[in-house]
Design a protein around this ligand. Structure first.
Ligand code: PMT
Length: 403
């Protein structure tokens, strides 16, 4: 937590039972060498007194938006200018909703609007409130705007329920918060990744798909986030947990994936197409289940070609660094090189999927990174390790391009 030394940290405390832990957070921040100012919501004062936090931080605690005394010294704009980082712990469901909607009707929410540095949130709420769709949508919207989320953890809650929603322990929160101040290789970069399979419906109960589990794309998303990037993950149907601090958009068909990519591509520095996108989809989707009928054998299915998402991205006037994957059962390098050229890519990751122990569904992979000028084999290892190497490779390339 060395990165917290000499930082001005604004700690926001909102009204939940976990507010009592904010005293310990202030203590740890001070120990790490940060200057701390605390801003409390009105309801937070029901759980812990401003006097406690004032004594621990050594600074007056603020809570009034319209406070004549504060306006002369540390009003919302001054506090926003003073802070290097904001941590809101605990963040209640209500505060999440208010932040997501951009409200500015109390001091804390106004400061977050006026502030343009890193903001971390440590959610704390009942498990049912946490899993409610509206809370998850608010969270997703905040992540997509660059907020970092620390936790929550799982376990027994103050109300007696058991599940996700407990605020993390202060030391865990501060470890995550401190990473806001460390510069990863992809720090400040916006990355769009596709993952998983697509499903092309034939009738209401059948579809064409493939064996992609999403593991490669999800571990790439994780690796990019760990190196400081802001990641949007457009995912086909998979059975995987969304990585923390990742803005996920769920799609089913190749058409939906294409639309989602084109919607989110603006402002991205890197695009990585890991998804196994169906090249074809049925010309006609039947409204009712196709019945077995001996007279219709063989049953013909007419397919049309889907848009090539990679080509659409690489053809953009303001294009990001474009990375494709090539899943090949034969002619690995030659076919991958053709895709690099035909799809106008900066990098292609050649993936031999003839070996069933790697590639599709497996936790491991072996790939070759191919650009116009060089080739680099990443021998068989976990998809997590391979992802870190791919992210390092990409960050080196984009940093070279920018210098
Ligand atoms: O998900 P996992 O189980 O972890 O498996 C990982 C993986 C094997 C799916 C992954 O490593 C991989 O190789 N992904 C690419 C799969 C694929 O569809 O390859 P392709 O050679 O058919 O397509 C080449 C590239 O074009 C891919 O980047 C693909 O995303 C892209 N594409 C394809 C069709 C299309 N209509 N639009 C596209 O953008």
């Amino acid at each position: 937590m060395n990165s917290l030394a000499n930082k001005n940290v604004l700690l926001g405390v909102t009204g939940g039972i976990a507010a009592y832990k904010s005293a310990e957070i202030v203590r740890h921040l001070k120990k790490s060498g940060s200057s701390v100012r605390v801003v409390m919501t009105e309801s937070a004062k029901e759980f812990i007194t401003p006097l406690t936090l004032q004594a621990l931080s050594g600074n007056r605690v603020s809570s009034e938006l319209l406070d004549a005394e504060a306006e002369a010294a540390m009003g919302h704009i001054e506090l926003a200018k003073w802070a290097d980082g904001i941590l809101i712990a605990p963040t209640t469901a209500n505060s999440l909703a208010r932040l997501a909607s951009g409200r500015a009707d109390d001091l804390l929410s106004s400061i977050t609007l006026a502030f343009d540095g890193p903001i971390s949130l440590a959610p704390a709420m009942n498990q049912a409130m946490w899993s409610d769709k509206r809370t998850q949508e608010n969270l997703d919207s905040l992540i997509s705007k660059g907020f970092k989320v620390c936790g929550p953890g799982s376990g027994e809650q103050a109300c007696g329920d058991i599940g996700l929603g407990r605020m993390l322990e202060p030391i865990e929160i501060l470890e995550l918060f401190s990473s806001s101040f460390t510069q990863g290789a992809m720090s400040g970069k916006n990355v769009l990744i596709t993952a998983g399979p697509t499903q092309e419906p034939i009738d209401p109960v059948r579809f064409i798909t493939n064996k992609s589990s999403g593991k490669m794309g999800y571990s790439l998303a994780e690796a990019a986030i760990e190196s400081g990037a802001r990641v949007t993950l457009i995912s086909g149907p998979v059975n995987l947990e969304t990585p923390p601090n990742c803005h996920k958009v769920s799609v089913e068909t190749a058409k939906e994936m294409h639309e989602a990519v084109m919607h989110h591509i603006k402002g991205k520095d890197v695009y990585i197409g890991t998804a196994a996108v169906s090249d074809y989809s049925p010309v006609e989707v039947k409204n009712s289940k196709i019945k077995k009928d001996g007279s219709r054998s063989p049953l013909n299915l007419k397919l049309k070609e889907n848009h090539d998402i990679l080509k659409s991205v690489s053809g953009l006037e303001e294009r990001p660094y474009v990375v494709g994957f090539a899943a090949e059962t034969d002619g690995l390098i030659e076919n991958a090189e053709n895709k690099l050229k035909n799809k106008g890519l900066d990098l292609i990751v050649a993936n031999d999927v003839s070996n069933e122990e790697i590639g599709f569904e497996s936790d491991e992979n072996e790939v070759t990174l191919i650009t116009k000028t060089d080739q680099q084999l990443i021998p068989r290892q976990s998809k997590k390790k391979i992802s870190k190497k791919i992210v390092e490779f990409i960050s080196r390339r984009i940093n070279e391009q920018n210098n």
